[in-house]
Design a protein around this ligand. Structure first.
Ligand code: UTP
Length: 325
């Protein structure tokens, strides 16, 4: 199966980390968000992908080429005009073979093999308490009758989670083209949800499939929650001499840990240095240095340095913070 992965967005909610990195390259549980998605897709038999890049797209391209064996092609979305527009940018890959569209900033824990034999297009869905932030589906029996983007009145609690299996991609290309040509926008953007509704109106049948494991990485607090989820599935590393590791935790073999307590729920990435510190429920990104700290609920960006006393901070890449008692 071919995948289309839109990753063009600016990731404003994940600043300061997205000042220097595209959102999908921000680290969670020891590797970039996009790395988890590509690895999961490869494990599930997806061998080719079209990646829609935009903001800091060259970094995404370098990463995918070096870290994944998926056969990827890249298309550039030059203006951030919405998810529908992003997929329209990848319309060359919307032909006859079914495609899977998967958002680049959400880690999924779902068995996609059900889709190999799916008779219809199908949307990954999850029941949510507050549907106003999502696109939702209304079903009539087995099939979707209506899709609504961010409903102001609660018409359904079944949220579309960002996994779309499209059986007739050429029809999606046609509907996206109609949206763009007619300048049909919802909330200022070309919405994929609107194009899917047009497909339904033209007779395309959509079923839904449940996605329980749906882990957003779009904000610091959801990134830390996803870090906890991913670490729960890991074996704890062996503690270096003079240190304690409280599982679950991740410590990259190239990280230097001295006189420290790591975990629970701490990720220490490549080349990071942690000395005389207690780190829990936090992400320490590549080559960051943490000294004499007790950190909880914190994200320390790549090459950032922090030393001092008890704190809870989100420290952007390459920043330096020194706290004196
Ligand atoms: P989001 O709206 O969550 O991502 O889009 P964003 O815009 O990067 O984040 P914020 O809101 O500024 O914090 C979900 C996915 O769709 C992609 C994003 O890159 C992300 O992977 N997307 C969104 C595009 O590729 N192009 C767009 O025009 C919009």
């Amino acid at each position: 199966m071919h995948a289309i992965i839109p990753v063009a967005g600016i990731g404003t909610r994940l600043r300061p980390f997205t000042h220097t990195l595209p959102k999908v390259l921000v680290n969670v549980a020891g590797k970039p968000i996009l790395g988890h998605i590509l690895d999961a897709l490869e494990t599930q038999g997806v061998t080719t992908a079209t990646i829609v890049t935009g903001y800091k797209g060259d970094l995404v391209e370098d990463y995918v080429r070096s870290a994944s064996s998926i056969n990827a092609t890249f298309v550039e979305q030059t203006e951030m005009l919405g998810l529908g527009h992003a997929i329209w940018t990848a319309r060359a890959s919307l032909a006859t073979e079914p495609v899977l569209i998967i958002l680049g900033d959400t880690v999924f824990d779902v068995d996609l093999s059900v889709l190999n034999t799916a008779a219809f297009s199908s949307l990954g869905v999850k029941s949510v308490d507050d549907p106003r932030r999502f696109g939702v589906v209304i079903q009539n029996g087995a099939f979707v009758s209506r899709l609504v983007e961010k409903p102001e009145t609660p018409v359904s609690t079944l949220a579309i989670v960002g996994l779309y299996y499209i059986k007739q991609p050429w029809l999606l290309a046609e509907c996206l083209g109609e949206l763009i040509d007619g300048n049909v926008r919802t909330k200022g953007e070309f919405q994929l949800t609107d194009a899917l509704q047009m497909m339904v109106d033209k007779g395309e049948k959509f079923t839904t499939f449940p996605v329980d494991g749906w882990h957003d990485c779009g904000k610091p607090e959801t990134l830390l929650a996803t870090n906890r989820f991913l670490l729960n599935q890991r074996q704890a590393p062996v503690a270096p001499k003079g240190c304690v590791i409280i599982p679950p935790a991740h410590v990259d073999p190239t990280a230097v840990i001295e006189h420290s307590v790591i975990g629970p729920y701490a990720s220490i990435s490549k080349g990071a240095v942690v000395r005389n510190s207690i780190i829990r429920d936090s992400i320490i990104c590549d080559a960051a240095t943490v000294t004499d700290m007790t950190l909880e609920g914190s994200i320390i960006g790549e090459n950032a340095e922090v030393s001092g006393k008890f704190a809870s901070i989100n420290l952007g890449d390459a920043s330096v913070v020194r706290l004196f008692q």
